[in-house]
Design a protein around this ligand. Structure first.
Ligand code: ATP
Ligand code: MG
Length: 166
């Protein structure tokens, strides 16, 4: 069981210095009664670390980055990492999770990194039966959303699978 709120709090704390150096303010918004998700805490930490690292790195300096958690249809939770940076051209979006894929090679070289972050995100999210969704608008920013099943929903689907029809 993973307490997402606790995980995200630790992550934001860990990246506080990096955010400060980039002159980015990380804001969080989540319900205080969030149920746990099933999964590996270290792997999920890695997912949100990669996404928040990107948002700080590629987002606009002097702007905010939002970490927002909300429940979806009672059974799922969505974690959205929102930046107000340059955005990502539409044609690149389907390829972002390929290994070593960078949108702007020159800019990426300058910022460092290997181009593996989102490939790892995709891999871990899939293993958790989750989804990664990217929306972006040029000149406005990008939102990376990870949707994960809540424990109670997994329990429910197991119950209904095992329960013989009356
Ligand atoms: P690494 O994560 O391995 O340090 P990286 O950040 O370049 O390197 P990914 O995290 O996989 O690699 O991201 C792939 C590319 O997608 C980046 O190089 C960048 O061009 C683009 N990208 C990712 N996140 C954003 C974002 N929030 N805004 C704009 N571009 C982004
Ligand atoms: Mg990255």
């Amino acid at each position: 069981e993973v307490d997402l709120t606790d995980l995200l709090r630790r992550l934001i704390e860990m990246l506080a210095l990096k955010a400060k150096q980039a002159n980015v303010r990380v804001e969080s918004d989540w319900p205080d009664d969030l149920p746990p998700v099933r999964g590996d805490a270290d792997q999920l930490f890695q997912v949100f670390q990669n996404l928040l690292d990107n948002a700080i790195k590629y987002g606009a300096k002097g702007e905010r980055v939002l970490v927002r958690v909300s429940r979806k249809e009672r059974r799922r939770v969505s974690v959205d990492i929102v930046d107000f940076g340059p955005g990502i051209p539409r044609e690149h979006i389907p390829r972002l999770t390929e290994r070593f894929y960078r949108v702007d090679a020159a800019r990426s070289r300058e910022l460092g990194g290997t181009g593996l972050g989102l490939a790892i995100v995709k891999h871990i999210v899939n293993r958790h039966r989750g989804r990664l969704n990217v929306t972006s608008e040029i000149g406005r920013g990008s939102t990376f959303s990870v949707t994960l099943p809540l424990i109670e929903s997994i329990q429910e689907s197991q119950d209904s699978a095992e329960m013989p029809a009356a």
